[in-house]
Design a protein around this ligand. Structure first.
Ligand SMILES: [Zn+2]
Length: 51
C-alpha cells in the first residue's frame, strides 16, 4: 500500500515501478506517481547526510 496516497498494489508483491524507502526504521512503499514527488525529499535528505 502506498504510504502517501493509500493506493493498494495489485497482487502480493510490490510492483517494480514503486519506490521503497526506509524511514524511521519502517519500510515504506510509494506508488509510481507518489515516488516522483517523494524522491525529491529522499534525495534532499540523502544530500544532507553528505554534508
Ligand atoms: Zn501513492
Amino acid at each position: 500500500m502506498c504510504a502517501r496516497c493509500g493506493t493498494v498494489a495489485e497482487g502480493d508483491t510490490v510492483p517494480v515501478t514503486w519506490l521503497s524507502a526506509v524511514e524511521d526504521g519502517r519500510r515504506l512503499h510509494f506508488c509510481e506517481s507518489c515516488a516522483r514527488l517523494h524522491i525529491r525529499a529522499i534525495e534532499s535528505r540523502l544530500d544532507s547526510l553528505w554534508w
